[in-house]
Design a protein around this ligand. Sequence first.
Ligand SMILES: *Cc1c(COP(=O)(O)O)cnc(C)c1O
Length: 446
Amino acid sequence: MANFKPKEPQITNNNDQNHYQLLSNSKLFSDAKKVTPLGVNSPVRYFEPYPFFTKKANGAYLWDADNRKLIDFCNGYGALLLGHRRKEIINAVSKQLTKGTLYCTPTDAETQLAKLIVGNFPSIEKVRLMNTGGEATMTAIRLARGFTKKKKIIKFEGCYHGAHDSVLVKAGSGSAHNGISVSDGGLDEVSKNTLVVQYNNIEDLQKTIQKNKDIAGVIVEPILANMGLILPEKNFLSDLRKITKENNIPLIFDEVVTGFRVAPGGAQQHFGIKPDLTTMAKALSNGFTISAVGGKKEIMDLLSPGGKVYQASTFAGNPISVSAAIASIKTINKLKNKLYSKLERFNLLFSTALDDMATDMGIPHQINFTASMLQIFFTNKPVTNYETSKNANAKKFQKMFKTLLKKGVFIAPSQFEVVFLSDAHTENDLNKTLDAYHLALKSVKN
Ligand SMILES: *Cc1c(COP(=O)(O)O)cnc(C)c1O
């Protein structure tokens, strides 16, 4: 398949260039710190001694304030499945910009987007659009509570569902990275209604359901992409579906990462399992602010104004994000088979090469990979849950991260995140990246 090679944007404004030359990353950081908490607008973006500041992106690359070109494997934490500034998306959004940016009335485009989502996701009959992943999981949980008239939510250790009280309990991502089990300022009254169960442990789930009669829903990342990468063991998801069904408990698949990334119909299509509710966000629009909750009619129709489960947002369904999401899904559906099989093939080659490299160097390690996602852990034990991920050597990971960055490769700066491939990565990019990993692994050998 031909790779999409967009033209690199040229910085023509000389003042701009001088500005960046004068203000290197460290200077920009000290400036940012004065007006932004620790200089960042989301916790994982910070790393020691200071993060680099990005001035532009294109295809598979980022350029920082020191004019360094980096191969990007953070990819908007998975959002950029098709790469930065993807032609189809940029064209659609540019066209919409000439027609306005916010109407706050219904548009036909929202209906067309909902139809595309319903068409792709086997379990979804109706969709409500919103803005962020956190907003979507908050709404899905409220819907489950409104539907069952029950209180408690079951979540799995290490799964991350956004930064709101009822799911910030033993969560992954930045909260695991910063060692926060329950956030300061969060209410005990809320978090005590969140029951935490070990990922990949069906007995634990069964016991928790038997002990508690007041369960409104179970929320899960079908592939855990916020503790590094952790795959569901054989039968874990199908058992989870069976048990929740038997007990009349709504099952929420949080597909904020997996939706569109592992298959056009998300992990539910990949594994052939139908949840009652689904949340999606990151790869839904390939780089714009949009999320969605979808599910069975009988549950979705409880949303206000038709029902009494309240959810609202000024920017929900805004025409810019909607045009990006429509273009994104249409592109994915058109490329479908080629796109996903190419990414899987690249991932298999890449992960296998990385595995061999670490083995040859005698470094104790694990590599978990699937679809277009992977992560390496420095440990002897297979990484299958929160505990085993936490027990891997995170200091070595940080050392590896820094060497990679020095060599022009940017992965998310935490053991508890994932390396994301995009359609823009070429074989050449991946070979260069393997060379960088080679040096990075050497740096953690002792
Ligand atoms: C990123 C993420 C969220 C939160 O999405 P935001 O847009 O950052 O609020 C929720 N669930 C999962 C699985 C995520 O990875």
